[in-house]
Design a binder for this molecule. Sequence first.
Ligand code: SF4
Length: 456
Amino acid sequence: MNAERKVHIKSFGCQMNVYDSHRMADTLAPEGFTETAHVEDADLIVLNTCHIREKAEEKVFSELGRMRVLKEAAARAGRRVTIAVAGCVAQAQGDEIVRRAPSVDLVVGPQSYHRLPALLARAKRDGPIIDTEFPIEDKFDKLNPPSREAIRARGVSAFVTVQEGCDKFCTFCVVPYTRGAEASRPVVKIVAEAERFAWAGVREITLIGQNVNAYHGQGPDGRPWPLARLLARIAQVRGIARLRYTTSHPCDMQASLIAAHRDLPGLMPYLHLPVQSGSDRTLARMNRRHTRADFLDMIARLRAARPDMAFSSDFIVGFPGESEHDFEATLSLIDEVGCAGAFSFKYSARPGTPAAEMPDQIHEHVKSERLHRLQAAIDRNTAAFNARCLGRTFEVLFEKPGRYPGQIVGRSPYLQPVQVMASQSWIGKVAGVTITEAGSNSLFGMLASEEQAVGD
Ligand code: SF4
């Protein structure tokens, strides 16, 4: 039997990394590793990194500085600590990581997590290793499934990766290089995972992928299934009350997926649909393959299919060559869509991407000033959306105790946290809540009727 050891996994970036971190923990569990939230107690520290933003990458290196101090202190106390770097920075900068942070024992790319136990054993025996290959075998087939206890500890809402990689090659993005070409998991494996989650008490599943709506996994009939068909199949899994999917590309919003928003009551009416810019000139330079009008048409078609749809998006300011006129087109798009939420970023050049080589890079102070104005527009739209929720009754999935005694917190269909004074026995259930107050980050409400609870 393996001796008990502790692993601390820290995730940076997107939900895909959160999912991967869970799967790494599941794969390490049979080796005797239990998860700890306290890095000081860990025998193994894994940083699951993100390469999308420059800041995220720098955070990893400063974090590794802290880890080195911990490792040295543990060594003085006679304890061995292993440091592993996983994720997209690992994939893109394997050698650089070991050069800049010699305390790192293992660098492992996103396609090799299933090899973690063997790689750790090799690193212990032979010294630092870098494994950033794209192996032939499917890592999902080799990753250990989570235990019921592990699923429960992670809550009533779970992510399931259905697709990885991207073939779109937006000129600012490293994903096609770090995560490779688009690949979809087969339907039966995803359904089996959803059933396992439901058996352990999960009520909401978010299907995730770098370009999730390009999903085309093999169905049980041997043919490729689009995302809409996969969603319809998972909606049949007993116990799953809610479905979401992220992150989508506007060009892959097929008619069947739009119809799914009309036909599947469990598919939440909230879609994160990154557009990045409201200017056709910038969209073309980003290689986004659609125009502003295409995007607005897509929003209109989704709203026609499901009138209570709301949208969030991603925006980049200061993309090379972005003029004030281009930027204002982005500002006006936010108002035109009436975004309920959005993520916004200053453009930062990622080495190896075409945009990094564009000559007309924008000055930092211009980017900062535009980001400030963009965030003000987003905040204004979010506040207006939240204010429109007042007096409405939503179905809320309760997730956990709230901050104050007697309070529980759940999520509205639009992912807003909703705080309610109610018994903890509601956690894991979906119930109608009438919204009585809208704060900047949360809604407050009261149970509409105890009879409305569903899901026992
Ligand atoms: S679609 Fe998304 S993941 Fe793919 S290249 Fe563009 S930004 Fe990157």
